[in-house]
Design a protein around this ligand. Sequence first.
Ligand code: SF4
Length: 303
Amino acid sequence: MQITNHANLPAAIVNAVRNDPYNAGACDISVTRLIGPPQIRVLEREHAEDLTEDASDRIWSLIGQIGHGILERAESAAIAERRLFADLAGWRISGQFDRMTIEDDGTLSDYKFTSVWAVADGIKPEWEAQLNILRWLATQNGYPPIRRLLVVAILRDWSKGKARQGHPYPPHQVKVLPVPLWSLDETRHYIIERIQLHKFGDECAANGDPLPQCTEAERWAKPTTYAVRKPGRKTAIKLHDNEDDALTHSAEIPSGYVEHRPGESIRCADYCAVADYCAQRSAEIASREGTANDAKRAQAEAA
Ligand code: SF4
C-alpha cells in the first residue's frame, strides 16, 4: 500500500502516516482481518503493489493513535500496543491491544476514537467480535479471567450544540458501552468458522473461482427507497421500500410524486481500498445503472 499526498498536506503529517508502525507479526491472520470479509483480504493481497491511499484519508486513524498515546498518562495498568498470538484450526492468529485496561474485577475496557454515528445503534457487531476474540486471546496468553467487556468510545465529532437538542444524541463526548460477553467456547467456534471462511477464500483465489461475496452488513449497504413527495414540502411524506406502494400512495396526494433514492454500499463507495478490483462492486454498479436506465425509460413512456 502506497500513501499518496493528493491533498498536499504538510510533510510532517504525511510522514507520520507513512511511518505507521502497524505490523501484524508472524501470523496467518490478524483479528481485524479474521473478522473482515475474505474478499477484501484476498484482493488486498493480490493487489498489494498497486493499492494506494491518500494521507488525507488516514487523519482519523492518526488522531486515534495520538489519543491512545495521550491516555498513557492516565494509568500504568493498561495493555498498550501489545500483540498476542494463539494457534487454532491450523492457523496462527494475532491480535493487538491498542489501548486496553483489565481491572481487578475482570473488566476489560477498550478505548476507541470514533464518531457519534458509529455508536448510534450501540455496539457494532465487529467490535463485539473483536473484543470477545481479544478476550479469548488474553486467556490463551495467561491473563487473568475477564468477566466484563466495555468499549469506551471517545466521540471525535461530538457537538455540544447538538447534545443540547437532546435524545438520541449522546449527552457527553465519551460514551461507555457494555459489550455482550460470549462464552470462551462460543468464541473459539466463531474463530474456527471465520478461519474456514478465509481458507475457502484462499482456495477460490488459488483456483481462479469467484471469491466469497461480501454480505450487505459487510458492505454497509443502505437499501433503495422510494420517497413520496409533494411540491413545497422539504421532507418526504413517507419512504417506501417498494416502488408500487410508493406510486399508489403518491396517487392519493394532490401533485404527489415519487422520488427514487437508489441504495448504496457505503463501504464499497468510500471506504474499501480494493473497490477498483472487485467484481462484486462492478456488478453492483452495472446493475444500478441498468435500473436507472429502466426508470428513465418508464418515466418517458408515462409522460
Ligand atoms: S468493494 Fe465492496 S463488495 Fe468489494 S471487497 Fe470491498 S466491501 Fe466487499
